[in-house]
Ligand binder design. Structure first.
Ligand code: SD4
Length: 315
């Protein structure tokens, strides 16, 4: 416990280790894309109801996993090239605990299964049929394997040409990555997706890979990613951002540096979109993308708003 300091307007002062800790507003929740707005609202409601920050980031993205209008999160997401929807998710707490599932079928809430991996198994990642078996063992309902009407329509259309070309920017329809900090400065993050549409069967993206799609460290900050997973995995994007912040960069500087690194390490960058979102333990925020179009939702107890990110290329 830190020594008692008197700083007006700060209720958690007994926890404060230095004046720097109170720069930003806390709690703070950030989420990728427009669907981040309702997800943030669900996360903040969970905190207000007494939930922990891990409860909040799980609850927040569960909302997106159920959103029937979303074609890249949850079982209603677009399928792989065999017509099967497979899901990836990860969850991480600022103390280093983490869990992930990948290439999972028929489970509506992969984020909650990732939490089971984190809390109830000695492992960090469980994939495919093993993850489905874990879901059954834990009493998760197993859904019928059928495409949502929107996904089916899109898949049949895609099959007319079967061209695999990642679409550069699908606003409002992308992975949700959420990072959050409670009033005491404890952090957590979650990330959940159906991955790239029409991917090869068995393909796993960055979202369930700790350090690529998500990384959280209470000593420094948190980061999450969206976009072409292969490009993000190549640079360990989220871990890179947290490590840059550890070395003194602001969240914005760290996100910009990660995008520069990603551009340097990936060919055909004109066809690749990737975006990063970060916060540090002071509650400062950063976001940056390769191309325009990336936005995120930022919520405090008082306000939940969309913010457009800047990008390296301007369109
Ligand atoms: C992936 N990063 O699987 C994810 C995709 C994404 O829908 O962000 N979009 O590569």
């Amino acid at each position: 416990m830190g020594s008692a300091l008197f700083i007006p307007g700060v209720s958690n002062i007994a926890e404060a280790k230095s004046p720097a800790l109170i720069k930003g507003e806390k709690p703070l929740i950030l989420s990728t894309w427009n669907h981040g707005l309702p997800a943030n609202a669900a996360a903040v409601a969970k905190l207000k109801a007494g939930g922990t920050i891990i409860d909040a980031v799980e609850t927040g993205v569960r909302d997106t996993e159920l959103d029937l209008s979303n074609l890249s999160v949850g079982l209603q997401g677009l399928p792989d090239r065999e017509g099967i929807t497979t899901l990836d998710a990860s969850i991480m707490s600022g103390d280093g605990s983490c869990g992930a599932v990948a290439f999972v079928r028929q489970v509506k809430h992969p984020i909650s299964l990732a939490r089971v991996v984190m809390e109830k198994t000695p492992h960090v990642m469980i994939v495919g049929e093993g993850a489905r078996q874990l879901a059954i063992a834990e009493g998760f309902p197993i859904e019928k394997e059928e495409l949502s009407p929107n996904a089916k329509k899109a898949y049949l259309k895609w099959k007319e040409t079967s061209q695999y070309k990642p679409i550069i920017n699908i606003e409002n329809h992308d992975t949700i990555g959420m990072i959050g900090m409670d009033a005491k400065g404890n952090m957590a993050g979650s990330c959940t997706t159906s991955g790239l549409s029409y991917k090869m069967h068995g393909r796993v993206g960055d979202s369930p890979i700790i350090g690529a799609g998500l990384f959280v460290d209470n000593e420094v900050g948190a980061a999450t990613a969206t976009g072409l997973g292969e490009s993000i995995i190549r640079i360990c994007g989220s871990f890179l951002i947290v490590e840059l912040m550890r070395q003194g960069r602001t969240p914005q500087e760290a996100c910009e540096e990660a995008v520069k690194r990603l551009i340097a390490k990936n060919k055909d960058i004109k066809d690749i979109q990737a975006g990063f979102l970060a916060m540090n333990k002071d509650g400062e925020v950063g976001a940056y993308a390769v191309h325009p179009g990336f936005n995120y939702a930022k919520a405090t107890l008082q306000k939940n708003e969309m913010i457009d990110s800047n990008s390296q290329f301007t369109g």
